[in-house]
Design a protein around this ligand. Structure first.
Ligand SMILES: Cc1cc2nc3c(=O)[nH]c(=O)nc-3n(C[C@H](O)[C@H](O)[C@H](O)COP(=O)(O)OP(=O)(O)OC[C@H]3O[C@@H](n4cnc5c(N)ncnc54)[C@H](O)[C@@H]3O)c2cc1C
Ligand code: FES
Length: 356
């Protein structure tokens, strides 16, 4: 017989409900809604209307939050019409001594989570993931070019605030594109930064009056772009042409990108069609080879819980009971038996049985 380790001891059925984490969490949250043994829960300290349809949430997470590097993001989860939904948002200010986090969120007219966020009041409690992401630039030695548009400015402001605190501040040029001054998200933060850091160069491009940023304008505003590490974040079409521009100049390696939107999947016209079954054998939906199971489920009228749609947040993780999927992120094939898969990056290569 195996010796009983402390962790096995606590999992023993004889100790129920003492070892039932869910029961303990419910008990703790009865006393204080941010208390939890397992979850990062955060209280809304205040909400600030940044522009017409953009709001900042100031959040105080519980002690389980492990901190973040400027440029990273996290998943925020809250109930939307009775179902818990998650979405990814970048931290929009540098780590602050009081442990307060800020998320700056575009309220989409048809956005499930952002519309629920719009209704949040001071004192409300939300669930957060730990911070994640590689869109960081810790110790800049070369000049930096920040290229942002719309809400893509959020991770940039967190990084700028962090660099502003250093003794040796980097040489930073920021080009930010938005419709007009009224739609310039976090403009006041940038004003404060320029006040503290006069060498910081910020060049807005107001598309309403000047038209969209193009290659000619980019080179006029940043003639030394080839000598700078470049960080890029904004709407997909904005990011696509800039990535192509860097490719043409053989500079892709110095371009770091943060995608807020998942790219729409291109599916071959002759792609094979597979059935996705529930554990009882009934058909849930059909999916084409190359099509992420999340997109196929949505096309079939289902609404699986998801967050980033890019394989980062793990919110869409489901138990596969049988069948083989291809993980587009890791370019690997699953086994044919039971395992956890992420719906947003898994595409079928056979019929699938899924616990949805
Ligand atoms: C790493 C990362 C960081 C991010 N940081 C920020 C940030 O700092 N600030 C910010 O504002 N956003 C940020 N985003 C983007 C944000 O997560 C998304 O815009 C998110 O979808 C917003 O959630 P929502 O509930 O408002 O909209 P959703 O309900 O997710 O809808 C978003 C859009 O997708 C469309 N849509 C929804 N469902 C479907 C479907 N089944 N088929 C086709 N279209 C559909 C909707 O029409 C809507 O226009 C970030 C995203 C990532 C991945
Ligand atoms: S939705 Fe984030 S990993 Fe799938």
């Amino acid at each position: 017989m195996l010796p009983m380790t402390p962790s096995l001891f606590w999992r023993s059925p004889w100790l129920k409900p003492l070892n039932d984490v869910t029961a303990w969490n419910s008990l703790l949250q009865g006393a204080n809604a941010t208390w939890s043994l397992t979850e990062v829960r955060a209280r809304v300290l205040r909400t600030v209307q940044e522009c017409r349809d953009v709001v900042s949430l100031y959040l105080k997470p519980n002690r389980l939050f492990k901190g973040f590097s400027p440029g990273q993001h996290l998943a925020l989860t809250l109930p939307c019409n009775g179902v818990l939904q998650s979405r990814s948002f970048s931290l929009s200010q540098a780590p602050d001594a009081g442990g307060v986090l800020r998320l700056t969120i575009k309220l989409k007219a048809d956005g499930v989570v952002s519309q629920a966020i719009a209704k949040l009041k001071r004192g409300a409690v939300v669930i957060l993931s730990q911070a994640a992401g590689e869109f960081t630039h810790a110790a800049p030695e070369r000049g930096i070019l920040l290229l942002s548009a719309g809400s893509g400015i959020t991770p940039m402001v967190a990084m700028l605030q962090d660099w502003a605190k250093r003794d040796a501040r980097p040489d930073v040029l920021m080009i930010h594109s938005c419709r007009d001054e009224a739609e310039w998200i976090l403009r006041e933060d940038l004003r404060t930064l320029v006040h503290q850091w006069p060498q910081l160069k910020i060049r807005p491009v107001f598309t309403g009056a000047e038209g969209r940023l193009d290659a000619e304008r980019l080179q006029a505003l940043a003639p030394d772009f080839a000598l700078r590490d470049t960080l890029l974040c904004g709407p997909q079409d904005f990011m696509d042409w800039i990535a192509a521009f860097y490719r043409t100049h053989g500079l892709s390696r110095q371009l770091k990108q943060e995608h807020f939107q998942a790219r729409r999947t291109e599916i071959r016209p002759d792609a094979e069609r597979f059935a996705v079954h529930a554990p009882d054998g009934s058909t849930l939906f059909h999916a084409l080879n190359g099509q992420p199971l999340l997109e196929a489920a949505e096309a079939g009228g289902l609404s699986p819980v998801h967050g980033c749609r890019r394989g980062i947040c793990k919110t869409c993780t489901c138990r596969k009971l049988g069948g083989t999927v291809h993980n587009r992120l890791t370019d690997t094939l699953s086994g044919s038996g039971e395992e956890w898969i992420q719906l947003c990056v898994s595409t079928p290569v056979s019929d699938i049985h899924l616990e949805l």
